[in-house]
Every structure is written in C-alpha cells, then in structure tokens.
Design a protein around this ligand. Structure first.
Ligand code: PEP
Ligand code: MN
Length: 351
C-alpha cells in the first residue's frame, strides 16, 4: 500500500482524481485524517502511478507499506499508540484492568459491581446494555436504560466505562454515555459499524472476530482508523476451535503478534476466551507476562444469579485477588512495561 502525506484535503482530492484511472480498485481514494495530518492511502499500483504521484507539488512524502492495514501497522508508526479512556491511558505503560459484569441487569447489581471493581483496584468498568445473544429469547440487555444505570454507577465510583455498540444507528446514544465503545466479536466484520465509529469521538475497543485471522482483525481496525478515529484498542477474546473443553481458544500468540504488527494497544479477555472461571486468573497472568496492555474480565456481585455469562464471572473477592497478583507481576516485569506511561495504581495491595 502507498500512504501519501499531503498538504491538505484539496491536494488529496486532486491527487485522487488525477490518478483514479491508474488504480485497480474501481473507486476514488478518500482523504484520511490521522492525528492532525491529511493522508491518502492508495494500492501499491504500477511504476507509472509512483512516477505520477511524485509530480504533485502538495505531496510531501510517499511511504510504501507492505501490509494491507498500513495505518495501524508498526511500519507506519513504530511507537505504541496511547489511548485515553476517561482518566486512564491504555498503551505503553503498566497493564490496565477492565472489569465488570457481562450485562447491566439492574441499578442495584451495577452499583454493587462498580463498587467492587473500584475496591479491587480495577481501572475501567465494563457492562453490556446492548447484548449480542446467540438465542433470541436470551436476555438482550436493558438498552438506553442500561446505559444510564452504567454511567451513574461508574460516576459514583469515579471509573470510566466501556460498553458495546451493535449497530451504526446506536453509535450516537452509546457515545453519549460511554467513555469507550466496544465492538463485539460478532460485529468485527460489520463494516458499516466500523465506518460509523470513525466519527464517534470516542475510543473504540475492537474485539477479534471469533473466526477472524489476525490479519482480518487488523484490517477491521484499519476501517475505523481510515474513517478518522485512531483511538482503537484491540481485544483478543478467543477463537473457535475443535476443543469444547473451553468456550473458545484464547490465542495469546495472536494477541502478541497483533502487538508486534500494530502500534495499537492490545488487551486480552480471558472470560470469553476460556468461558471457565478458574482459567481467568492464570490466563490473565499469562497475558500480562506476555506484555499486553491490559486485561478485561467479567465480574459479578453474585455470579450464580447473573443474567448472562455467570459461569465465567469472577466474584468481587476473586477480582481483588487477581488485581493484586497482576500488580505484583507487572511490577516485577516493569522492564517489559518500561514506557512513557505513568506508574499505575492498582488499589488494594495484598502483600
Ligand atoms: C462482551 O464482552 O460482553 C461480549 C459479548 O463479548 P464477545 O463479543 O467477545 O463475545
Ligand atoms: Mn459476556
């Protein structure tokens, strides 16, 4: 792929118009705004195309990038992107802990979950108000009511909040209540949704599709960045495999590979990645040891009564123990995490 740094949108449009006939995509390339710069991304094309591009006065630089996700690649930007979510920064610092219930169920439940997340020392609260359920008769989430309850619970304890958005038409309402918008595994290839998130003004947590390759996942992230939003965090949440002993196969190698290929921060979700509560702790620690930028775990005040995913939810006490272990491990690995980020507080220390 070719990435052109150009003077302004007018130059990008002029170049795009002029070289359209030399492209094999059948469409005119659109200018991309990336961290204050105007870019034009074109397919590699012919020698003739390169020669032509070099003749335009407003074209400052032409980069040739070997992968189909140029803007999210480390070739384009070697340093890890730091994504700000409320008062928390993800990327190139100590790992963050995102915790909370699978679904927002009631005011009492989400308040108890927020209190427990805060007490345990988690940094970001999670909880679904729009739930993508396999079965149409399963609990589908409380919708906007759930968003309001989640926001109020997060504000009461001073944590930022991430929640899922399933359709382009819900991007506005979810952006009003959430600090970060989550794209679930079933939506990773909803390209209309990815494009709509380009202009939502919020960071995006992009889960890997359960059958997606790492390359497909990174190209999904490229959709959001190409649409104007470079604040994307990748989330490995397990892929489908033949083994039914776990709900999914948590692909830690894929998470690390994504981190090596892309400058976007990567977090790991061992709750959906394994579906087994006893595997959440060990796999969280393995992910942190591997150098990822955070973990996302489900935690419910009373997992046995959860409306969804109770089998993979930590109790508040288990979360507290896990956060303490993550803190100790991250401290002992601090050379791995040495970066420009601030030291991170993990709340309660048990040792
Ligand atoms: C979730 O995090 O609530 C969720 C539905 O996860 P996934 O999209 O990974 O299944
Ligand atoms: Mn869940």
């Amino acid at each position: 792929m070719l990435v052109l740094r150009v003077d302004d949108v007018a130059v990008a449009e002029e170049v795009s118009r002029a070289v359209h006939g030399l492209l094999d995509t059948g469409q005119r390339a659109k200018p991309v705004r990336f961290r204050g710069e105007v870019l034009l991304v074109l397919p590699q094309g012919s020698r003739e195309l390169l020669d032509r591009l070099r003749t335009f006065p407003g074209v400052k630089q032409i980069h040739e990038i070997a992968v189909p996700y140029p803007l999210v690649s480390r070739e384009w930007q070697p340093e890890t992107t730091r994504v700000r979510v409320g008062n928390v920064t993800i990327g190139e610092g100590m790992p963050v802990v995102i915790a909370g219930p699978c679904s927002v169920e009631s005011e009492v439940q989400v308040r108890a979950a927020a209190d427990a997340a805060k007490r345990a020392g988690a940094h970001i609260l999670r909880g679904g108000a729009y739930k993508p359920r396999t079965n149409p008769y399963s609990f589908q989430g409380l919708g906007e009511t759930g968003l309001k309850l989640l926001r109020a619970a997060a504000d009461a304890v001073g944590l930022p909040v991430v929640t899922e958005v399933m359709s382009p038409s819900a991007v506005d309402v979810v952006s009003r209540y959430a600090d970060m918008l989550q794209v679930g595994t079933r939506s990773m290839a909803n390209f209309d949704l990815l494009r709509a998130l380009g202009s939502c003004g919020r960071p995006v947590l992009l889960k890997r599709g359960m059958s997606a390759t790492v390359d497909e996942w990174l190209q999904a992230a490229e959709y959001i960045v190409a649409a104007g939003n470079s604040d994307v965090v990748l989330c490995e949440r397990g892929i489908r495999s033949f083994d039914v002993a776990t709900r999914n196969t948590l692909d830690l190698a894929g998470a690390v590979l994504a981190k090596q290929r892309s400058h976007l921060p990567v977090v790991v979700d061992p709750s959906h990645g394994t579906g087994v509560v006893d595997l959440i702790g060990p796999m969280s620690l393995a992910a942190v040891a591997a150098g990822v930028d955070g973990i996302m775990v489900e935690m419910h005040p009373n997992p046995k009564e959860a409306f969804s995913d109770g089998q993979q939810a930590l109790t508040p006490v288990q979360l507290e123990e896990l956060v303490a272990k993550v803190a100790r491990l991250a401290d002992s690995l601090s050379p791995v995490y040495a970066g420009p980020g601030p030291r991170r507080e993990y709340g309660v220390r048990n040792s």
